[in-house]
Design a protein. Structure first.
Length: 540
């Protein structure tokens, strides 16, 4: 619903500057924004565009070296000039914020109930007893299953979607007027994402909140937003009604964002391509603690999964969080105990010793979801990329290793001159290219890609998809591509396997799965991703 009321939150000529050892960085350059009661406004742009910093400044949450200027008006008061004590009476009560990664926002040492109750005690003046009663009501409001038990749980005992629901409950605890949501669905699978978005819409309608939604996902924007602000390099380059932005974008940058959906389809593998990998009834089970005085029980994370891959082929594995797809990828690489049989290039590798596997590791590589977490902060990029050569090609000289690292960096479109820098000096997309270069330097046969694009902007996703396709064509690589992003899977995969609760629900050629899914769960995944027939044809 588009609000015709006066703005609840009005941002005028907002600037954000950061003082650094090399000078002042202007992160936000005089932007104007506003949101009305019951209205949803989206702020979109690539990483580094300033969208999150603008909202952090409005909340008074900038880092110590940050400075904000301009005006941020709520209820007649300029938030930028309020004394901290007065600002604290508004934050968490009248203006609240949901952050992108709930696991880092929730305290691992306190129960969910304690963390929900605290802001109601601090900001709402409730007693602890009343706050805990209200906390239970909030868990029910955001549809947390088994709320009486989950209120006593710790964050690590909940799924990503459940943790995000807790963050929403925490933000709504004191019935705020303004809710700022900073990429709250980025790391969630498509069905959980759809549930969270529907929950926010229902709660907004019920409570009449103003919502400012920060995201790089334009599919979400079109679905939920009344108006859009497009940011680039600290400036608002375009704004307007959502329908107008999508149907008649005026700025070239807006048009570029709208065109950033991964496109095309992978050429088919030649019929004569030899088999490379075969998995037969692979299973992985974990022993789970059921609680005090209760016997441990077995959880089947992967349950009898079989598939075959030919050289140069890509198998896309999709499913919700907890479906077993990442566990399957690690089991195939013999990185955790599993039952069943895995054959690589005619050699049975399942159950083989670490010593036996070491000789094969260079041919069987893994790229992780979080490139920052998987790259050592103590090594330069050149050392990271060439590290595997020390193990698998020890005869190479330091100069030879450096040359191979330079070659690998060039292949992923990074300047080899940057190899003496450290990972923190690169963007998210650049770090993912470094992670891919670390894999490619060993010239592998099979690469398991575990959600390698989920945390990246759409424009960067498209570049990574094109890079992976180019590398595959150049080196006849075989990919096991794990993702919850169906648009990316469709652009990369020859075949798709849909997993749910450790089992394969449906499998087949990519076009068949997307155009004629047989299973209700597959249709639900595609529907949640809003991949309509016309949209899918447009990406072909």
């Amino acid at each position: 619903m588009t609000s015709t009321n006066a703005p609840v939150l009005d941002i005028q000529n907002l600037t954000v500057d950061f003082d650094t050892p090399t000078g002042t960085i202007a992160a936000v350059r005089g932007v104007d924004m506003h949101v009305g009661a019951g209205e949803t406004v989206a702020i979109v742009g690539e990483s580094g565009s300033g969208k999150s910093q603008a909202m952090m400044a409005a909340m008074g949450l900038l880092a110590a070296n940050g400075r904000a200027g301009g005006r941020v008006t709520y209820d007649g008061a300029d938030l930028l000039n309020l004394p901290l004590a007065k600002l604290n009476t508004l934050r968490g009560r009248k203006i609240t914020m949901i952050f992108q990664e709930p696991m880092t926002s929730l305290d691992p040492l306190y129960t969910i109930g304690r963390q929900l109750a605290e802001p109601m005690v601090v900001h709402g003046g409730l007693s602890w007893k009343a706050a805990k009663t209200r906390a239970l009501e909030l868990l029910k409001l955001v549809n947390i299953p088994d709320p009486d038990r989950k209120i006593k749980a710790y964050p690590y005992e909940m799924s990503g979607g459940q943790r995000q629901r807790v963050m929403i409950a925490m933000a709504l605890a004191n019935d705020p007027d303004v809710l700022i949501a900073d990429e709250p669905t980025t790391a969630l699978d498509v069905t959980t994402q759809a549930q969270i978005l529907q929950l926010l819409a229902d709660l907004q309608k019920r409570l009449g909140m103003a919502v400012m939604f920060i995201t790089h996902d334009l599919g979400i924007v079109r679905r939920i937003a009344d108006r859009v602000y497009v940011m680039k390099s600290g400036d608002v380059v375009e704004s307007g009604e959502t329908d107008r932005i999508f149907t008649s974008p005026e700025h070239p940058y807006t048009r570029m964002l709208l065109d950033a959906e991964p496109t095309g389809a992978k050429p088919p593998v030649p019929a004569a391509s030899p088999p490379l990998l075969e998995a037969q009834k692979v299973g992985v089970a974990f022993s789970v603690d059921a609680g005090l005085f209760k016997p441990r029980h077995e959880l089947k994370a992967v349950d009898g999964v079989s598939f075959a891959l030919r050289r140069g082929q890509t198998l896309g594995i999709v499913g919700e969080s907890g479906s077993g797809k990442s566990t399957l990828g690690r089991a195939v690489l013999n990185l955790l105990p599993a039952t069943g049989r895995v054959v690589y290039n005619g050699d049975v590798i399942s159950g083989k010793s670490r010593a036996h596997m070491q000789a094969l590791r260079r041919h069987l590589q893994l790229v992780f979801q979080d490139p920052f977490g998987s790259l050592s902060p103590r090594l330069t990029v050149g050392q990271i990329v060439s590290e595997g050569l020390l193990v698998h090609e020890p005869q190479l000289s330091a100069a030879d290793r450096d040359a191979r690292a330079c070659q690998a960096l060039e292949e992923v479109a990074l300047d080899p001159a940057m190899r003496n820098r450290y990972p923190h000096e690169f963007s998210g997309g650049q770090r993912q290219r470094i992670a891919i270069a670390r894999t490619m330097v060993l010239k592998p046969d099979l690469v398991v890609l575990d959600e390698p694009t989920s945390a990246l902007d759409r424009t960067i996703q498209k570049q990574i998809v094109e890079l992976l396709r180019d590398l595959q064509a150049a080196h006849e690589l075989t990919y096991l591509f794990i993702s919850h992003d169906l648009a990316v899977v469709r652009a990369l995969a020859d075949t798709v396997m849909v997993m749910k609760q450790g089992k394969v629900i449906e499998a087949g050629p990519t076009d068949v799965i997307f155009q004629s899914p047989r299973d209700d769960y597959t249709r639900e995944l595609i529907g949640a991703a809003m991949l309509t027939q016309s949209q899918m044809m447009a990406t072909g």
